[in-house]
Design a protein around this ligand. Sequence first.
Ligand code: FUL
Length: 471
Amino acid sequence: MTRLFALLCFLHLPIFLFSQMPEPQLPLPTPAQLAWHDTEFYLFFHFGPNTFTNLEWGHGTEPEDVFNPTDLDCDQWCRIARQAGARGVIITAKHHDGFCLWPSKYSTHTVRESKWRDGKGDVLRELSDACRRHGLKFGVYLSPWDRNHPEYGTPEYNDVYVNTLTELLTNYGELFEIWWDGANGEGPNGKKQEYDFHRFERVAAQLQPDAVIFSDIGPGCRWAGNERGLILTETNWATLDTAGFQRGLGAPPEDTLNQGNVNGQLWLPAECDVSIRPGWFYHPEEDDKVKTPGQLWDIYLKSVGRGANLILNVPPDRRGRIHERDSASLVAFGQKLRDAFRHNLAEGRPCRLGNGRHWFDAGLTDVNQNTFAEFEIVPGESFLEIDLKKKRKINTLLLREKISTHGQRVEAFKVEVFEKGGWREVAHSTTIGVRKILVFPEVKTSKVRIAILAAKAPPVINDVRIYRIKS
Ligand code: FUL
């Protein structure tokens, strides 16, 4: 070997180790998608007539008066979201039953027709205001499928959908995400709606250009293919091909949604959705089935830790408050999250890039993510090595690729620790992308090294962190 040369090594400037591999044109995230990646973990609120009728899919014929929270407190929702470590919230502005949680001009099945707050209430107003007070991002779920609206099943429904979307996108401040559910339970003899999704996308792009649209096939982010909140394997490409696919029944296969396409042409990262309870809406009989902090932690590692975003549903109860059981679990989970990532043992430690003979300071362990290292892969010979200076107990590694400028490249890597005079492998994985958190059995070591084993293009890493997370 070796063709490794250092070109630049200034503070906050990239280090290049020359590579023979061509620089490909890979899909890159938009600025809105980058901001979305940073949002990482947020809460989902399913709230509406189903909360009071004990249903999951309302029929659309429920009298408006069934919606009657006795003690709605969106500040409580937001306080708990913050304590859980969430950075935003998304609410079912309208679920499949068509009931609007705001007084829409384009429906007669809304909070305005209910007795709640004498017909003067607006859940979206209260929640969006509370989000601003608590420093949380705000997003909306607006079900395309509508079991109530008389126009559903006709071309005019597209106008209704555009009008209601416009209300949401203009009256409640900045939105970070718009959620399009692909579900439809009409069945073979039910109403058939040709949705004008291109028009909906244009309206959203015009009114809220920074909002990312979620659906089975984006255009901002994709469904992860299951409702358990999991990236099922170590592999998660933020890229996907959507040509020929549709939302709902025509969606890509679930394993493709889960893993993405290695050579996908679009940047369409995965969002993992899951409920803290068995159902999406509140049901009193599920009060003892709330996921534990440990279960939430496991889901977090298999979603956020595998480069996806996590949307965790926490259904408010009939009072309009988050139930004590859910909040206890969320607050303990949030504490676990803060404790886990409080002490980055690699911070400020020397991090070098090389092959044992030639080494270059990679500067990746500062907290400044402008520093990055691009290197040639020579399997078994090029490493990123972090010197912890003294023996430390460790069990977790966090890595990031510099997706903003170089896209996603790494296909396989391994982690080794220095032990008894030699290197021992402690973890082996596939993709990295925006973020990979790897937990391995605790070891005591003074040095850690990472070898990239395969990549689509010269790997560009811009963050390495090491932790000891207590169980
Ligand atoms: C599904 C819906 O049918 C459920 O009711 C829920 O809203 C979930 C998040 O998406 O497709």
